[in-house]
Design a protein around this ligand. Sequence first.
Ligand SMILES: *[C@@H]1O[C@H](CO)[C@@H](O)[C@H](O)[C@H]1NC(C)=O
Ligand SMILES: *[C@@H]1O[C@H](CO)[C@@H](O)[C@H](O)[C@H]1NC(C)=O
Ligand SMILES: *[C@@H]1O[C@H](CO)[C@@H](O)[C@H](O)[C@H]1NC(C)=O
Ligand SMILES: *[C@@H]1O[C@H](CO)[C@@H](O)[C@H](O)[C@H]1NC(C)=O
Ligand SMILES: *[C@@H]1O[C@H](CO)[C@@H](O)[C@H](O)[C@H]1NC(C)=O
Ligand SMILES: *[C@@H]1O[C@H](CO)[C@@H](O)[C@H](O)[C@H]1NC(C)=O
Ligand SMILES: *[C@@H]1O[C@H](CO)[C@@H](O)[C@H](O)[C@H]1NC(C)=O
Ligand SMILES: *[C@@H]1O[C@H](CO)[C@@H](O)[C@H](O)[C@H]1NC(C)=O
Ligand SMILES: *[C@@H]1O[C@H](CO)[C@@H](O)[C@H](O)[C@H]1NC(C)=O
Ligand SMILES: *[C@@H]1O[C@H](CO)[C@@H](O)[C@H](O)[C@H]1NC(C)=O
Length: 881
Amino acid sequence: MKGFWNSTSIIPNITLSFIFFFICYFEDVLAVPPIKQHFLCRSEQRDALFAFENEFEIGEPNSDCVDFSTESHWNKESWENNSDCCSWKGIKCNTKSGEVVELDLSCSGLYGRFHSNSSLQNLHFLTTLDLSYNDLTGQIPDSIGNLTQLTSLQLFGNQFSGQIPSSIGNLFHLTSLNLLENNLDGEIPSSFGNLNQLTGLIVGGNKLRGNFPIVLLNLTGLLDLDISNNQFSGALPPNITSLSYLGSFFASYNAFTGTIPSTLFTIPFLVVFDLRDNQLNGTLEFGNTSSSPSNLQYLSLGSNNFKGSIPSSISKFVNLWCLELSHFDTQGRPIDFSIFSHFKSLEFLDLSYLNSTTTIDLFSYSKSLLILDLSCNHVSTTNKISVSNPPPQKIYSLSLSGCGITEFPELLRTLHGIELLDISNNKIQGQVPGWLWTLPNLTYVNLSNNTFIGFQRSNKKQGLSSLRKPSLRHLLGSNNNFTGKIPSFICELHSLNTLDLSENNFNGTIPPCLGNLNSTLSDLNLRQNNLSGGLPKDIFERLRSFDVGHNQLVEKLPRSLIHFSTLEVLNVEGNRINDTFPLWLSSLQKLQVLVLRSNAFHGPIHQAMFPQLRIIDISHNHFKGTLPTDYFVEWPAMSSLGTDENRPNVNYMGDKSGYYHDSMVLMNKGVELELVRILKIYTAIDFSGNKFEGEIPKSIGLLKELHVLNLSNNVFTGSIPSSMGNLKALESLDVSRNKLSGEIPQELGELSFLEYMNFSHNKLTGLVPGGTQFLTQPCSAFENNMGLFGHSFDEVCRDIQTPASHQQYKTPELEDEDEEVISWTAAAIGFIPGISFGFTIGYIFLSYKPKWFMNPFAETNVDGVQLTRETESEVLRFDNV
Ligand SMILES: *[C@@H]1O[C@H](CO)[C@@H](O)[C@H](O)[C@H]1NC(C)=O
Ligand SMILES: *[C@@H]1O[C@H](CO)[C@@H](O)[C@H](O)[C@H]1NC(C)=O
Ligand SMILES: *[C@@H]1O[C@H](CO)[C@@H](O)[C@H](O)[C@H]1NC(C)=O
Ligand SMILES: *[C@@H]1O[C@H](CO)[C@@H](O)[C@H](O)[C@H]1NC(C)=O
Ligand SMILES: *[C@@H]1O[C@H](CO)[C@@H](O)[C@H](O)[C@H]1NC(C)=O
Ligand SMILES: *[C@@H]1O[C@H](CO)[C@@H](O)[C@H](O)[C@H]1NC(C)=O
Ligand SMILES: *[C@@H]1O[C@H](CO)[C@@H](O)[C@H](O)[C@H]1NC(C)=O
Ligand SMILES: *[C@@H]1O[C@H](CO)[C@@H](O)[C@H](O)[C@H]1NC(C)=O
Ligand SMILES: *[C@@H]1O[C@H](CO)[C@@H](O)[C@H](O)[C@H]1NC(C)=O
Ligand SMILES: *[C@@H]1O[C@H](CO)[C@@H](O)[C@H](O)[C@H]1NC(C)=O
């Protein structure tokens, strides 16, 4: 489509304006004599359009447009001065008056602020305004309330922030208002009570709060109400039934409390009812729904605190298409599962975590099921497949995690449509059957946390070779009892994206044939096995995360790693890799996590630029040498450069599809902390247990985003740099067991997040800083120094005083140190335009693309894992029909 407009853009323009001209001419021909060059569009309307367009920058289309492959209705080339603006793409005019009545600039890559003085307000006659899926920022301007003819206002999928302007309440004609997925906060303005023509109000996916907006109860014509994914709280009002035409009600992912008013289910037209993930409690009642068969098709109440029995009156909702009741606490009661067999059109059923004693017969439900989640129930999988009781053939997602299953369910063999199978957290023993890999549509298998010992060899007939291309993309088998070599059939899974075989007893080498998967594999986790030999030398073009920690691997890091240009996480800890510091890894532009801990790395570590690095753990090796003063100058992801606006993509780690999240173990505050999902900003430097000497580089003070710093067990000398006072995010500081002298910089007393610190076993002297954090440390954090004293110190170390040192305390040094703090702050500022100008540009470029626009695995979304979202939009689509 795009290509079409680009290449032939002139032709349709001419034709269109000709047609418009023709229509005008024809309509007016009897009244007035024909005018040459008659444009329908009024010039002041055209000028307002030009001016409006000029208020914004134009960039790449919003990533949601790319994901949903939505085409823009706009076409900049068609906006020409010498053509009729009524013929421009994205514009519709009143065919009589020539006033612009519709403006559709959705998915047009517009970005920038939408100012209150915007020339949009000159388009007085607009009835439809669609600016959805752009990257507009700032507040929604008050002046939007001047467009009083508007019936449809679509601002979803932008980055509008601040409160919703109450002037929107002036738009009396509005029938559809959609503000979905912005950053709006505050409450819904009370002026919304005036919008009594409104049939659709969509404000989900913001940060709105307050009680359920009572004013909305005035909008009795509402058909669709979506307030999901916000921070609304309090109880749902029983008189919500005054919205008597309501067809869909989405209020999931909020903090509503109290019980669900049972009257709600008496709203006659209700088709969709979604309250999952709130804090609702009490028992569930569906009220008197007896009179007419209910229209309800979508009922989602999971992840609340409901208790008691599932009322059998639920079976009255005979038209249910989706039923989601996970975490409904039946308090150990038996459940009559036959009530679920009444739903003949049920396609999605989630009964996970019911806390019931009843053993569920797999597949005694609707034969139309597509998605079934029975996780954490007792499930019997041994029922016989018979002609009278065939399994649902259309099923494509089956979750049986934590169902107490002891044998691999043979009946899965007949489910040829299955795509996603989660059978983790069971007690299945023996071999993973070979036929599993021959299911033609399987893309995701989770076998984690069982007691499998091996993979059955599939016989030639039914083997992998009979498939054109195996569909499997995600194979997760961690924490089993697999032994022997990693089976080579895995190398034939030519679509494999994620391979997690961590926490098993695999031995032998990492199979070289894994190189066959170099163009698909993105996450490879072989952690905690007994693998030996070297790392594979193949180039994995798409590898994002590579974890081979805690094996017996030897040799050097293969230099081919330098070509893993998409690598974000490299973890080789706990092996016997004998190499020098891999300075050459600094060419990996995306590397965020580097863990070399506990190997035989040695030699000096030279200064290098790591553009995105935010966790580096090189502890327990044989590194040595001094670190130059400006060592940390080129680590922008941890430094002050990483402000919200130009921070590179560091705030989300993990494969976007949600299949896989990196986890790692990090020493923090003296305890091993498992970062299961490195989702939020976390930054750490661990250089401990080496032989670094000389001074601690003062440039450490640049790393304002640093959370954890461990330099213990080295031979650092000199004093602790006072520039560390800049590390406002620091939570844990360990400099114990070095040869540091001088004082502890007073500035450290002001670091309010610094919960853990350890200065012990050094040669420190002088006044220990005050501040509550210092006061709460145990004495061992300071023990074995030359002479520390001070109020906090005296408090905590009342028993082990070293009184002799009071006299040696000198003040002048303090001033020098202060100057240093200033000069290092200056260096931080100077750093932006100077040393790394190219980088800054790079960040600005990135910041226009807030999502993972370069994520090569975005396609994995297609698999349908974001079930709720998909099903929701399906309902919406359905509802709009
Ligand atoms: C369009 O034409 C008008 C009058 O001819 C002129 O004033 C205006 O600057 C032009 N606008 C653009 C965007 O070319
Ligand atoms: C609108 O306001 C912004 C800032 O508030 C200003 O930069 C801009 O020049 C104004 N535009 C017009 C057309 O007045
Ligand atoms: C409710 O709507 C009526 C008109 O239908 C209006 O007069 C009244 O002010 C509205 N109430 C609130 C609370 O906005
Ligand atoms: C609904 O009930 C609330 C109290 O729960 C009350 O404040 C409000 O006025 C009622 N609204 C309507 C329209 O009945
Ligand atoms: C439901 O209907 C029954 C009789 O049909 C009646 O006794 C009961 O009070 C009704 N319950 C509610 C909540 O209206
Ligand atoms: C690997 O483990 C298997 C089974 O435990 C054992 O028989 C074999 O000798 C081991 N091989 C190596 C190279 O350690
Ligand atoms: C590393 O390898 C070198 C020679 O290549 C050897 O001399 C040294 O002992 C090894 N270090 C360790 C800790 O194995
Ligand atoms: C696999 O299952 C385990 C156990 O239920 C779970 O923790 C893990 O997140 C799953 N892995 C993926 C990638 O879905
Ligand atoms: C710092 O590293 C040392 C040695 O690796 C370790 O013993 C200590 O617990 C670590 N400190 C913190 C605060 O994690
Ligand atoms: C500080 O470090 C020393 C040596 O590394 C250790 O013995 C001591 O327990 C640590 N103190 C605290 C409070 O963790």
